[in-house]
Design a protein around this ligand. Structure first.
Ligand code: ST9
Ligand code: FAD
Length: 617
């Protein structure tokens, strides 16, 4: 039986009934799509994910990649080969690519709904199969040569990596020391060591193209310190004929020199890559311009969305597995009959604390799915405007604002709820490898770490997406939430709680702005160390804003569900809509009141932690 349980009903509810995505289908580049086709796509991918893609999930965990240091090769288990072939043969990966790059133009909202199911069934598979998507970065930023390489990557289904991290350069990418030396023929030779590179070596594809950040040396106007001195180089594992893509049989000088042993996503090969040690590691400068960090952030933005989607996908299947278990597990009497030792034993779904736990899982899974798909719907606006040769500036800013919430907030909530609630629902059985929960917990932890830790997401949110944006996107989003909270309609009590939470979260951000201003040397009587107070609050603000946005989205869904219930749906839909209203109300009532406490804590922030000697920790 498959570990993976998709939640198609909630996906289509969020996409169509709440976010009205049929408006996008049938227009612009999505002219060939309609709601019926989209729902058929989602259903087909759900079936594929549940069956062939999920089949390698447990197998891959128990039989991680084998690294042979003598040959620098990595062998994946047969099950991953089969899953990879099934996914590539299905052709559904093309929904990620534009038509002009052999893709199927598809709005981001539908794309991420499709990908949720792949990421829930087998996250490492998506990462191994992302080469064609990486090709889009070459296609968008590249010269004719790079665009040719992009076509080979898609047509020959090559693998690809993003290589930023080094032993001394993790969060601080700008500390990277890998060097690129210019060659007379216009190519570059790379020298250095990259660490933790996902899919850095494997035997699934005939070639792997590494997208490497390195510092050019001896080149006027390029190089220099920090991230701005990094350029992006394309370094293939095997040399190939540029025209045909055929491998020449000559190995390039980039080799896996280690594969990490990990807590989770074990089947994903996390590699140390060494460049230019045995023979030259030849690369080409993407687009022949030194704009590495800007180009790499196109990849990072996509990957941060992917990580948030993976996190919610895992939480959702974790909840559905826990629910299935709870519905059949009989243990103890009903609480009202606890004193009667002969009382009949009941299913654990009758126990108040299990109901609390199940509803907590349900509301987070639905809230985070709504956050991912709402963000994707904002990306629809960006996508449609780009297709029309314009730029929807506001949508782009709102998407930027939401990405750290999707990645940082989404991964934190998912991993905690999976461990404290989903696994817990199974009691001791949750701890066993007979059930997928323990693997879900291990596999989901990474989501808070890679693609920028939660601390980095909090800083990105505040310094870049709020302060640097001069609050434009946040102001727009707050106005939307405020208008909903103030509007007449059902859920009056919940709207009032939302209004108060919006106010509390706004106060936290306002306080941080004040600290930042007083840290400015130009502020009379200010203290530069007040920026520490901002740093002490960024994660709190990330989580508070996430709570508010999720509550708003759930209440929007609840309003839709209430109207649908009034129309007299069939029995299955009646239960579904009733559950939607219940989870939104439970979220608002159990999560939002904490924001007043968060605000109080933020208001009490002092420099005492920063004044404490390190030896006192
Ligand atoms: C990793 C991979 O962990 C894990 C999973 C791999 C899975 C791979 C497969 C799946 C993915 C498939 C992808 C396909 C791609 C498709 C694309 C389609 C088109 N937003 O603030 P500054 C830029 S990988 C945008 O001064 P510092 C910007 O250019 C490792 N851009 O930073 C800016 O210039 P300006 C992940 C941003 O102090 C410049 O950077 N590692 C953003 O120099 C400098 O900005 C990490 O994520 C942004 N949010 O450096 C590192 N932010 O200001 C985490 C910056 O002029 N660390 N830029 O616009 C950080 O993010 C740091 O904050 C830092 C700091 C490195 C940015
Ligand atoms: P550090 O940066 O050393 O951070 C340690 C701690 O300090 C963290 O808690 C962090 O939040 C905190 N911290 C650091 N700096 C700050 C700061 N300025 N303010 C506040 N707190 C801070 N990298 C790639 O390039 N490509 C990949 O494909 C890739 N895949 C990965 C796969 C796996 C399984 C793993 C584990 C990592 C992968 N990485 C990859 C690397 C990953 O992106 C980094 O591990 C991550 O960015 C954090 O860097 P670090 O591990 O060096 O931690």
């Amino acid at each position: 039986m498959s570990h993976y349980k998709p939640h198609l009903r909630d996906i289509t509810f969020t996409l169509f009934e709440v976010l009205g995505r049929e408006q996008v289908l049938g227009t612009g580049p999505a002219a060939d799509l309609d709601r019926e086709t989209a729902e058929a796509m989602l259903t087909e991918v759900a079936a594929l994910a549940t069956d062939k893609l999920a089949a390698a999930f447990v197998e891959g965990d128990r039989n991680p990649p084998e690294f042979d240091p003598a040959t620098s090769t990595v062998t994946l288990p047969e099950s991953m080969h089969l899953a990879f072939k099934s996914w590539m043969d299905s052709e559904w990966w093309r929904v990620e690519l534009p038509g002009e790059l052999d893709g199927q133009d598809c709005p981001p909202s539908l794309r991420w709904a499709v990908l949720e199911q792949v990421l829930g069934a087998n996250p490492a598979l998506y990462m191994y199969a992302a080469g064609p998507k990486f090709a889009q970065v070459l296609w968008t930023n590249g010269t004719e040569r790079d665009r040719r390489i992009a076509q080979h990557m898609v047509r020959r289904q090559w693998g690809a990596t993003m290589a930023l991290t080094e032993p001394d350069a993790g969060s601080d990418v700008g500390a990277g020391r890998t060097r690129a030396l210019p060659q007379p023929d216009g190519s570059w030779h790379l020298e250095g060591v990259k660490r933790f590179i996902t899919s850095g070596e494997h035997d699934l594809t005939e070639n792997i193209v590494h997208l490497v950040l390195a510092r050019p040396v001896g080149v006027e106007g390029a190089g220099g310190p920090g991230t701005k001195g990094l350029s992006l180089f394309l370094v293939p594992k095997h040399h190939f004929d540029l025209e045909t893509g055929e491998l020449t049989g000559v190995r390039n000088g980039v080799y896996a020199t280690n594969v990490e042993k990990k807590m989770g996503i074990k089947v994903s090969a996390t590699c140390e890559l060494t460049f230019g040690e045995r023979e030259p590691a030849v690369g080409w400068l993407l687009g022949e311009v030194h704009q590495g960090i800007r180009q790499m952030f196109q990849v990072i933005e996509h990957a941060r969305m992917m990580v948030g989607t993976k996190a919610i996908a895992t939480l959702s299947t974790g909840y559905l597995n826990a629910l299935e278990y709870a519905r059949s597990r009989v243990q103890g009497p009903d609480l009202t009959q606890a004193a009667d030792k002969t009382a009949p034993r009941v299913r654990i779904t009758s126990h108040p604390d299990v109901r609390r736990s199940l509803m907590t899982q349900k509301m987070w899974a639905e809230a985070l799915r709504a956050l991912v798909l709402y963000t994707a719907s904002v990306q629809d606006d960006v996508w449609l405007s780009e297709a029309a040769g314009e730029r929807d500036e506001l949508a782009a800013r709102v998407n930027d604002l939401l990405l750290p919430l999707v990645k940082g907030y989404g991964s934190e909530r998912s991993w905690v709820v999976l461990g404290t609630e989903s696994l817990q629902t199974l009691g001791g059985s949750g701890f066993l490898s007979d059930y997928p929960l323990e693997q879900y917990v291990r596999d989901a932890k990474i989501d808070t770490l890679y693609e920028g830790t939660t601390a980095i997401q909090g800083q990105d949110l505040f310094f870049r997406k709020i302060v640097r944006d001069q609050g434009q996107a946040l102001g727009w989003l707050s106005a939307q939430i405020g208008a909903f909270a103030e509007a007449d309609g059902p859920l009056a009590e919940e709207r009032a709680l939302l209004q108060r939470a919006l106010h509390d979260a706004g106060a936290i951000v306002g306080l941080m702005v004040q600290h930042l201003q007083s840290a400015d040397p130009r502020t009379p009587g200010g203290d530069p160390r007040d920026v520490y107070k901002v740093g002490l609050t960024t994660t709190r603000a990330l989580m508070a804003l996430g709570d508010v946005v999720c509550a708003w989205l759930l209440l929007r869904g609840a309003e839709v569900a209430i109207r649908a219930l009034e129309a007299g749906p069939d029995a299955a839909d009646r239960d579904f809509y009733t559950g939607k209203v219940a989870s939104a109300r439970w979220f608002v009532r159990t999560v939002l009141p904490h924001l007043t406490a968060e605000r109080t804590i933020a208001e009490g922030t002092t420099l005492e932690l920063m004044d404490l000697p390190e030896s006192a920790f």
